[in-house]
Design a protein around this ligand. Sequence first.
Ligand code: 4AZ
Length: 452
Amino acid sequence: MLRCCTVCCGAQDGGSPREKSFLLTSEWYTEAVIQMDRAVRRLEPWKIAVIVVSVIVGLALIIGLITFLLCHDQDRYYNASFLITNVDYNPQYERQTTEEFRNLSEDIETMISEIFRGSFLSKRYIRSHVVTLSPDPVGVLASVVLVFKFPSADSEEATWGQVNRVLLRRLRATSTFLNVDQSTIKLTELNKEKGDNLLNNCCGIRRQAFSSFTGVERITGGQGAREGEWPWQASIQQDGTHRCGASIISNTWLVTAAHCFREVKDPRRWTASFGILLRPPKQRKLVRRIIVHERYSDLLTDHDNDVAVVELASPIEFTSEVHSVCLPEASHVFPNNASCFVTGWGALENDGYSVNLLRQAEVRIISTEICNRRQVYGGAITAGMVCAGYLDGQVDACQGDSGGPLVNANSRGIWYLVGIVSWGDDCGKPNKPGVYTRVTYYRNWINSKTGI
Ligand code: 4AZ
């Protein structure tokens, strides 16, 4: 068609400058098309195929990217607050780790989960987490963070409206023993930073869901951890070298084993690092103060009172990958055979080297009665210790894991510190499970030193 036009226009020599310019452009274009035509004819078929495939792949990538940007899911956070009128306020609700806070929070979270799981938002609902329970003249005011996944293309107003509607309608219709005053329900959208902050400031929360595995490995040679899986794990390092594990219990305090400081007690020679890799860590802090249990003795080999707290020189910045574990109340009892996880950068075998990637292993609590049997530890286990592992051996903590956490998740999926890696006869030997400092036994001591 262009060629035809050029031929027609070419007959009118001496036309206006505009016509001349059009003529020149048309001729240039015609020439370009002829050249391209020749070039294409010169191309071998396989080259044409490569060009066609590249163009198709390029287009597919662009379409995929646009679809991803429009349709991919995004976490949306909300704060729901409401008044519960048939529960009297109890001062124990002030602290997140009390049994009272735990029990009421579990009831509230179950109620909210049932509401959303039974609604059209069931696939969008991720979790709810009670952050505060405050006093009110007629009951308890609950503040709950709700997390949903919505396509990023969905407008904020629309999704807020959907969540609000379901919450209002179903709270009215759901029969639960909690009496919620409908007129007090308030739902506000939180931006990601605020939502993350609220959740990261709650102890014992793991942000992503990590599938459990059948833990038949010891930390030695066991399963590598993923970022954010054990966010309370710290490494304490003497002159820059990993010596022990530790657990974050607040943004300025760690808890660890006293025996880590047997040789060097000067805080200026110690640092703490956070994140699953020793090198490079997510964060690193200087140590201000080390408080070793007064009755721990470097000279004795009875391993009693193997607990210390470490104060950091500046606060940790809490993120979903670095934040605290919950400390159990002194009265809490973790049952025998309860499933726990021990984590650390310790040796892969007795007298081996530390590893760079954090490892994890599932172990079970062994009763003190069994652990004190003649063929096990023959009476060496005292009230301040707890055994965990397997009498068959294989799965165990090892050197370098000392001071690190032994944790257990409650029914709300909140993780509590059960023990501190302390001692054992070798690693993974039959009838020689790991021995841990029993955190409930030292709970009041930890509080007396840190205020936590
Ligand atoms: C240690 O020497 C050590 N198998 C830690 C844990 C265990 C043994 C030794 C438990 O730090």
